[in-house]
Design a protein around this ligand. Structure first.
Ligand code: FPP
Length: 253
């Protein structure tokens, strides 16, 4: 990686780093936070923030695809988000319908494959149909995997994994001594994906909020100050530059 020194402070400044296209994180996961605050700042209803947030999803998907990111996992709705006001929940549930429909041609053009993680069976039929159509129409695409976490919760995902393992072991008359990390991993909803290299949360909040709690054990975390609707290409590139400036040790030296 190339770096220049900030002449005034003689310190490296993030924006002075060149992006290293040979060290792009393979899997980026994002907690898209700040839609409500974005709307509040403009005296708009919260759902306007979610609408604007979906435009950011569109932009960032294109940038991620252009950069050669292979997996982009977006936290769209958590198992805890059901406690929000009904109109807000209904609006978020309508987003796959309105957004994925209009976005599909662009996704196909960019060779993006739509996938999901989460407890989909609890989603309304209209949401499920929209997701199913997006998956079907992009199933042969070989580029970026755009993974929406819908009604997703990390703890419930781990519990589910352990239950499946327990059922398999008891059916075979085996004991819990057989359980390994790899088995838990293989029974998670993310079993087909590598763990995230980089986890970004926008809006300045510094929490994990039950997102991929097993999978982020060795991910780099970046807490970005921008509200999600304001997060753009420049911010994503800056996050990747910060990622590239870090030394990943995976518990070693
Ligand atoms: C968090 O901001 C955001 C959400 C709970 C919803 C995010 C969803 C999208 C951006 C749309 C996803 C698109 C599809 C197609 C499913 P917040 O409301 O918690 O913001 P606040 O903390 O400022 O109130």
């Amino acid at each position: 990686m190339f770096k220049k020194l900030n002449k005034k402070k003689n310190q490296p400044n993030q924006s002075d780093f060149e992006l290293d296209l040979h060290n792009i994180p393979e899997h980026v996961a994002i907690i898209m936070d700040g839609n409500g605050r974005w709307a509040k700042q403009r005296k708009l209803p919260r759902i306007k923030g979610h609408y604007q947030g979906t435009q950011t999803v569109k932009n960032i998907t294109k940038v991620a695809s252009d950069l050669g990111i292979k997996y982009l996992t977006l936290y769209a709705f958590s198992t805890e988000n059901w406690s929000r006001p009904e109109n807000e929940v209904n609006y978020i549930m309508s987003l796959p319908g309105t957004f994925l429909k209009t976005f599909l041609p662009e996704l196909i053009e960019n060779n993006v494959k739509v996938e999901t993680i989460g407890f989909l069976e609890h989603l309304p039929n209209s949401t499920l149909n929209a997701i199913a159509k997006a998956k079907e129409d992009t199933k042969d695409n070989t580029g970026l995997k755009l993974i929406f976490a819908m009604n997703y919760g990390g703890r419930a995902e781990i519990v589910n994994s352990v239950k499946k393992i327990y059922d398999q072991l008891t059916a075979k008359g085996l004991s819990s001594d057989e359980i390994t990390e790899q088995m838990i991993d293989e029974h998670l909803m993310t079993h087909a994906y590598p763990d995230p290299d980089l986890l970004i949360r926008t809006s300045g909040e510094q929490r994990i909020s039950n997102f991929l709690i097993w999978q982020v054990s060795y991910s780099e975390f970046i807490f970005n100050e921008k509200l999600w609707p304001d997060f753009d290409k420049e911010e994503l590139i800056n996050c990747i530059k910060i990622y590239q400036s870090r030394q990943r040790r995976f518990g070693g030296l």
